[in-house]
Design a protein around this ligand. Sequence first.
Ligand code: SAM
Length: 158
Amino acid sequence: MSTDASDIREHEVAVDLPAPDDARLRFIGRIRTPWTTRETCPRQGKPDGPICRVEVFEPWVAALQGLDVYDHIELLYWLDRGRRDLVLQNPGRDGNVFGTFSLRSPVRPNPIATSLVRLVAIEGPVLVVRGLDCLDGTPLIDIKPERCAFSPKAAPKG
Ligand code: SAM
């Protein structure tokens, strides 16, 4: 993780990071994309963006069962290459300062990113998708069916 002084812009504010709680996250895969630098990586994925490959690790491949009926899925991933200590950010480098939680910046205390992506194909342990915006090798945290297309499989409550 790079948190050197050169990463901070005028008017931005960093804090001393509190000791981490142990969330016990497990990375369930790795995302392969065409982008190796932040400069070339899109800010938000586009529906017609390039094909990306989401490699799901064992033992989680069995958990893909039933996913193939969805055209779109949500991916949650961990933006592992940014600083995590900014509370105020100057995204435009123009003096307009925003609180971290009012932005979708990759710089945040828990760098969780989400994208709704088009599921193009499932090739064994690999999801072929369009609509991503992360660097090659970004760790995958979770996969969910798109909220609107999903109907609960459990019995109604109450
Ligand atoms: N769509 C997600 C969201 O809204 O939660 C992520 C949006 S974030 C603005 C996307 C940017 O994060 C990219 O343009 C790139 O600059 C940066 N980024 C991508 N992958 C990263 C990684 N693995 N570590 C740190 N920064 C990353």
